[in-house]
Design a protein around this ligand. Structure first.
Ligand SMILES: [Zn+2]
Length: 102
């Protein structure tokens, strides 16, 4: 488990992106440095109830969240957070997740 989610920040105008873009949408720079965001607010939640080919699938929640830096990203959601809640971001084998803020 790694705290936060890795984003790419334009070296020129400092805008942050997730996932990594080819060019900065704002200034068309092609150089980025990595950074991490740690907090996000839940905007929308969906539940995946079935997965093809998975016998013992447990329903799991995924959420569209807005990070404190402004990116909209999709994360796996653990815990009870609902829309509007602030969550703590982390990564598990590179996949982004969010959980209730302690
Ligand atoms: Zn830029």
């Amino acid at each position: 488990m790694t705290p936060g989610v890795g984003i790419w920040r334009c070296t020129k105008c400092r805008t942050g992106f997730f996932p990594q873009p080819l060019l900065c949408a704002r200034c068309h720079n092609d150089r980025f440095e990595t950074d991490r965001v740690h907090d996000a607010v839940v905007e929308e939640i969906s539940v995946i109830r079935h997965m093809l080919g998975q016998e013992n699938w447990q329903p799991r929640r995924i959420a569209s969240v807005r990070t404190s830096d402004g990116q909209l990203i999709t994360v796996g959601l653990t815990g009870e957070a609902g829309p509007g809640a602030t969550i703590e971001l982390y990564q598990e084998e590179n996949a982004p997740f969010g959980r209730d803020k302690t």
